[in-house]
Design a protein around this ligand. Structure first.
Ligand code: KPL
Length: 333
C-alpha cells in the first residue's frame, strides 16, 4: 500500500537506474510512477512489476504505476518529485515537457545524468528553484523489460543546479545552498528505500569527478570490448588510461575544478570494484544503441577547445570509437 505521507515520485526512464529507483521507491511504500519509452515496456512493468535482484541472488518484486512517454499529462500532474533517469542523448524538450506534465505546481525535477552541461541546459527550461541535480555511483544492470540487478550500492549526492562550484562559497554564505524541507523529505525517502544519499554544495566538482571516471573507463571498454576490471589489470591498458587521465587533469585545472590528489587512484578503484561489469557505453555499443560518447568524451573535447588545452589521446579514442560506431563494426562477445 502506498503511503500518502511520503513524497509522490515519478521516475522518467526505465533503463537500469530508472527501474532500480522506481522498484526501490515502490517497495519503500512511496506513490511511485515509472514512465517507460514504449507502451510494451510500460505494460510489462504493469503486468509483472519490477523485479530487483540483489548480489546474493535474492529477488524482490514491487509494483509502481507505469505509463509510457506518449501517454503523459500535458500538465496538472501531482508528483512532488520527478526524477529524470534518461541518458543525456535522450534529454530533450519532449522529455522536459513530460517531466513538467507529471510534476505538481511546485514539484521538483531531479536530473540524474552522466557528463556535464545538462544542468545548464535544464536550467534554461525549468526554474532553478525547482531543479536539482544528482551524481550517483549506484550500480545497476537492466536484465529485461521489468528486471534489474543491483550491482553496487554507491552514493547519490544531490545539490542545486546553480551551485556550480565557483558560486558554492557565495551560495553557502548566503545560505541558499542548504537543502529545504522538500529536499530533506526526499532524501529521507531515498534512505528508507536503501539508497545512501547526501546533500552537496560542491556539485560541479562531483560532476567532474564522475565525468573523469566515465571518460576513462567507458570509451576504453567500449573500444577494446572488455569488462571494466581488464583496464586496470593490464600494464598496456593502464598506460592508455593514464594518458587520458593526464589530459583530463590538465583540463580540470584550466576549468577551475582541479582533480583531488586521490583521483587517479579512485579511477583504478572503480575498475577493480566493478571488475566484472561491462560499462554502460560498452553495453550500448553491443546493443547497437546510441552511446553517451558525445556527452562524455565529446563534452571534454568541447571544453578543451574553449580553454585551448590539447587532448590528443582523448581525441584519438573519440575518433576511433566514432569511426567504429558509424561503420557498425561487428561486436565480439
Ligand atoms: O558508471 C559507469 C558506467 O558504466 O557508466 C562505470 C563507473 C564505468 C561502471 O561501469
Amino acid at each position: 500500500m502506498a503511503d500518502k505521507d511520503l513524497p509522490a515520485v515519478t521516475v522518467i526512464g526505465a533503463g537500469s537506474v530508472g527501474l532500480l529507483l522506481a522498484g526501490d521507491l515502490a517497495a519503500a511504500g512511496a506513490r511511485t510512477t515509472i514512465v517507460a519509452r514504449t507502451r510494451a515496456q510500460a505494460e510489462a512493468i504493469g503486468r509483472y512489476g519490477i523485479a530487483v535482484r540483489e548480489a546474493d541472488g535474492s529477488r524482490r518484486v514491487s509494483h509502481p504505476a507505469s505509463t509510457w512517454a506518449d501517454e503523459t499529462p500535458a500538465r496538472g500532474g501531482s508528483a512532488d518529485w520527478v526524477v529524470l533517469c534518461v541518458k543525456q542523448p535522450d534529454l530533450d524538450d519532449r522529455i522536459c515537457g513530460i517531466a513538467l506534465g507529471h510534476a505538481g505546481a511546485a514539484g521538483r525535477i531531479l536530473a540524474v545524468q552522466n557528463g556535464i552541461g545538462h544542468e545548464e541546459w535544464l536550467a534554461e527550461r525549468i526554474e532553478r528553484s525547482r531543479l536539482r541535480v544528482a551524481v550517483t555511483t549506484i550500480g545497476a544492470r537492466r536484465t529485461g523489460a521489468a528486471g534489474v540487478d543491483r550491482t553496487g550500492r554507491g552514493m547519490t549526492s544531490i545539490g542545486r543546479a546553480d551551485d556550480n562550484g565557483a558560486g558554492a562559497g557565495r551560495a553557502r554564505q548566503a545560505g541558499v545552498a542548504a537543502p529545504d524541507e522538500s529536499d530533506e523529505r526526499f532524501m529521507r525517502l531515498l534512505r528508507a528505500a536503501g539508497w545512501s544519499c547526501e546533500w552537496t554544495d560542491d556539485l560541479r566538482r562531483l560532476l567532474w569527478d564522475k565525468l573523469t571516471v566515465n571518460a576513462i573507463i567507458n570509451p576504453l571498454t567500449a573500444l577494446l570490448r572488455v569488462p571494466n576490471g581488464r583496464l586496470a589489470s593490464s600494464p598496456d591498458t593502464k598506460r592508455l588510461m593514464r594518458e587520458l587521465y593526464g589530459e583530463i587533469e590538465r583540463l580540470r585545472v584550466a576549468e577551475g575544478v582541479p582533480a583531488g590528489p586521490d583521483m587517479w587512484e579512485r579511477v583504478l578503484e572503480v575498475c577493480r570494484r566493478t571488475a566484472a561489469n561491462r560499462s554502460s557505453m560498452l553495453q550500448d555499443v553491443e546493443r547497437g544503441r546510441p552511446t553517451e560518447l558525445d556527452w562524455i568524451t565529446g563534452s571534454l573535447l568541447r571544453a578543451a577547445e574553449r580553454r585551448g588545452v590539447a587532448m590528443p589521446a582523448n581525441r584519438t579514442v573519440y575518433l576511433l570509437l566514432k569511426a567504429g560506431l558509424s561503420t557498425g563494426t561487428e561486436v565480439e562477445r
